[in-house]
Design a protein around this ligand. Structure first.
Ligand SMILES: *Cc1c(COP(=O)(O)O)cnc(C)c1O
Length: 429
């Protein structure tokens, strides 16, 4: 066991934070409760590394939950943001760069003829649902258990059992009536999806094409095609939530990689290059239901914010074919190394740009499978990794996000730490 890193400043900040911020954080997973420790307060980042307020360095695999595909403080992104900031940080009026960003997205993402930008993925998903309901004149939305589309009421619903059921609120404060319009189906379950779409008048099927919010659980062979087929058969829209997969798993996201296009696509994270930006994208016919052309209301004081747009454009400019090859290669190197280090106790699931180390002998196929993982062992392993200078996602139900900044040397160092951490966890049992 390496000497425990000093985290006294983090501890001090955490106790101050807990007095004025709920749980000491502004977003729950940051609290690290799922891995049984207190959060580290970050001082700064550079490339693939972050440095906490006590001066400890970590190879970072959270990378702002995937928003930072180019790594921390990339010079091109910083320059673009500084140049934008010098001209004023927000106008509440249109600017040239948001047009350029929308054009770039339209060139990349299948089906993204037009965009409406927002400040968060939550808002963009909410707008996509509103558009689908306005377009179809129906209320029911089908989502998959374990998929995350942001924290607004209508999608914070969960199945009461492993079967497709009427949604029940997954959070106090969500009205039962709101949750009742959400039907939750297990991921990769064709039968459940078929039954629901036959029985109910469905406005939209919303899915993460590369679900990564229950850990990474890719679609079974043909399942994305089946979503498309069911949506068409029942007159619902297919909404692909590519907030994570967009600009990550391929130049044009999962839509390009799988050949299955959504009627609406939700983008975020990489789109803002580490600043707040997201968007709903789709054909003119649907997007122009939105005000000011149509009657569906949607707005945002900071939507299309000049700094976020500049960061997003600078990030997309780095994402050429060579970058995708590099990202795929380093993800594969990391995934194979982690699988070899973990042996039969873990299964490592990966796609270009993201992976999950499941503490289960077989890769889970749905949320219930992910929940059967050895969560205590995952937590212990993460604590050991942190002690060895690697910052993993502090929950079994999240993905690792290697970036373009991760070097071979950093990946080797990560694998060394991972081997030692696996050994420590095994020994402790
Ligand atoms: C992060 C995420 C969201 C929500 O985006 P925010 O910007 O955090 O509101 C929505 N969908 C998916 C798939 C996400 O991973």
């Amino acid at each position: 066991m390496p000497p425990a890193p000093n985290d006294s400043r983090s501890a001090e900040l955490y106790s101050r934070a807990c007095r004025v911020l709920v749980g000491g954080v502004n977003s729950p997973v940051r609290a690290m409760r799922a891995i049984g420790r207190e959060p580290l307060f970050i001082d700064h980042g550079a490339g693939a590394e972050i440095f906490d307020v006590d001066g400890n360095a970590y190879v970072d695999y959270v990378c702002s939950w995937g928003a930072l595909v180019a790594g921390h403080a990339h010079p091109a992104v910083l320059d673009a943001v500084a140049a934008a900031a010098a001209r004023g940080t927000s106008f509440g009026a249109p600017t040239a760069l948001e047009v350029t960003l929308a054009e770039e997205v339209a060139r990349r993402v299948p089906g993204a003829e037009m965009l409406r930008m927002t400040s968060s993925g939550t808002e963009a998903a909410m707008t996509a649902i509103r558009l689908a309901r306005a377009h179809t004149g129906r209320d029911v939305v089908v989502k998959f258990a374990g998929a995350y589309h942001g924290h607004f009421d209508g999608l914070l619903a969960q199945a009461g059992s492993g079967l497709a059921t009427q949604g029940i609120p997954a959070s106090p404060g969500v009205p039962a009536a709101t949750a009742a319009d959400t039907v939750v189906v297990p991921w990769n379950d064709r039968g459940a999806l078929e039954r629901v779409t036959q029985r109910r008048e469905v406005a939209a099927i919303i899915a993460e094409p590369c679900p990564a919010n229950m850990g990474l659980i890719p679609a079974a062979e043909g399942f994305l095609e089946f979503l498309r087929e069911r949506a068409d058969a029942c007159g619902a829209l297919l909404i692909l939530d590519e907030v994570i997969s967009g600009f990550r798993v391929a130049r044009g996201g999962a839509g390009e990689r799988s050949g299955v296009s959504g009627d609406l696509v939700v983008l975020g994270k990489i789109l803002g290059g580490g600043l707040p930006a997201a968007a709903v994208a789709g054909p003119r016919e649907l997007l122009e239901l939105l005000a000011p052309v149509g009657e569906v209301y949607q707005a945002g004081t900071l939507s299309g914010n000049p700094l976020a747009v500049a960061a997003g454009l600078a990030t997309l400019a780095l994402l050429d074919d060579g970058a995708y090859a590099t990202l795929a290669e380093s993800t594969q190197r990391l995934a194979k190394g982690l699988a070899a280090a973990g042996g039969s106790a873990v299964s490592v699931v990966w796609m270009p740009g993201l992976l999950t180390v499941f503490f289960a002998a077989e890769p889970p196929q749905d949320l219930a499978g992910a929940q059967r993982c050895d969560l205590a062992a995952y937590g212990a392993w993460c604590r050991e990794l942190l002690a060895r200078g690697v910052y993993p996602p502090p929950s079994q139900f999240e993905a690792w996000f290697p970036s373009l900044a991760h070097t071979d040397e950093q990946i080797e160092r990560t694998l060394g730490a991972a081997r030692a951490a696996f050994a420590a966890v095994t020994e402790a049992r």
